[in-house]
Design a protein around this ligand. Structure first.
Ligand SMILES: [Zn+2]
Length: 353
């Protein structure tokens, strides 16, 4: 789901169930959890799903209705009693009611807005990355508020130490000696090998925001030199990033963030963000082992690339991971048809023609 649709839905619904008007929250507070229900189901065989509404319209604001868990169950279980027309009428009447109540000051609406928080994190990422190409990925509650997680609990530390650091053939776990409290929660980071231009940070916040940060500096230097010395056509790019390095960083990041969500985070919805920092004039290069020929993408002109999507607990993460890798390939003018080949290795993207 797109952040924009979610903000419109929560805002216009006044954080209230469209059927019983109970106040809802998007996070793990003591209040009732809001659920963004599909009017037409996401899949054709779900409740009210047998229509010709295109798949990419099904997660949009127009097809969503904000409900409490009880009423979400009710409309999906007894879907014959709750056809599309009835739900649209209920939603329309509810939104009309909300705007009247807002107008005469009877209810207030808490905004779902994390923009200040993200701006501050962005400033920190840019400082840490020191102009090197870097992957940053995070999961964030729809509304950031402190005190959602007790990061002194041992389970938090062990989840942090299950994270792996991409870029090595041997699976390297984060080193527990570098785990310490931070002002926001708990962090594992190594930035001491500055001359080698590698570093990482894995961070769990008390607010429920979790992030990982991986510099790809040294690998990228090596690959850039190699490709330029072969005389391959890099179409004017000054930096060459190996597809598998960046795909692995993204993939492992998703796996780690999802394990945190499953084991620790009490939220029904979280915003996933993936950013490639300092990537201006970089291109993507894919040539591994027995692959017959390398693929080189087009240089990107952006300083950073950003992918953002709001996920729910029932997201299929295998598919989602593939979506993010496909996005990555596309940013460099490449197309990815599947995530892995028959040997379980990252499949290289192909050039758009
Ligand atoms: Zn309700």
């Amino acid at each position: 789901m797109k952040e924009k649709d979610i903000k419109i839905l929560w805002g216009r619904s006044g954080n209230r169930c469209a059927i019983c008007q109970v106040e809802l929250t998007p996070d793990g507070d003591k209040e009732t959890l809001g659920e963004m229900a599909h009017i037409v189901a996401k899949s054709d065989d779900g409740p009210r799903g047998a229509t010709d509404l295109p798949n990419d319209e099904r997660d949009r604001y127009r097809n969503l209705i904000l409900l409490c868990p009880t009423h979400h169950r009710e409309i999906d279980k007894n879907f014959q009693d709750w056809p599309v027309s009835r739900l649209k009428k209920v939603k329309g009447d509810h939104e009309h009611w909300v705007s009247e109540q807002l107008g005469n000051g009877k209810i207030t609406v808490r905004e779902l807005d994390n923009s200040n928080f993200f701006e501050e994190r962005q400033r920190i990422y840019l400082e840490l990355s020191r102009n090197h190409i870097t992957v940053v990925a995070s999961l964030t509650p729809l509304r950031v508020s402190e005190g959602q997680i007790d990061t002194t609990e041992p389970v938090v530390q062990s989840l942090l130490e299950e994270a792996t650091i991409p870029g090595n053939d041997i699976e390297q776990k984060v080193n527990r000696y570098h785990t310490r409290p931070s002002e926001f929660g708990i962090v594992n980071e190594i930035f001491r090998e500055l001359p080698k231009r590698t570093g990482h940070s894995y961070h769990i916040f008390e607010s429920g925001h979790c992030e990982y940060f991986n510099e790809l500096g040294s690998d990228t230097d090596r690959i850039t030199q190699y490709v330029l010395s072969k005389g391959d056509d890099v179409k004017g790019a000054s930096l060459v990033v190996r597809y598998t390095d960046i795909a692995e960083a993204i993939d492992r990041g998703i796996a780690w963030l999802c394990s945190l969500w499953a084991n620790l985070l009490p939220f029904e919805y979280l915003e996933y963000r993936c950013q490639i920092l300092n990537c201006k004039n970089s291109t993507l290069y894919s040539y591994e082992g027995d692959w017959k020929e390398g693929v080189i993408g087009y240089p990107t002109r952006s300083e950073s690339l950003i992918y953002s999507e709001v996920l729910s607990r029932d997201t299929d993460f295998e598919h989602f991971s593939f979506d993010v890798l496909r996005w990555l390939a596309k940013c460099y003018g490449l197309v990815l048809h599947s995530r892995f080949d028959q040997h379980g290795k990252y499949r290289r993207p192909v050039t758009m023609r």
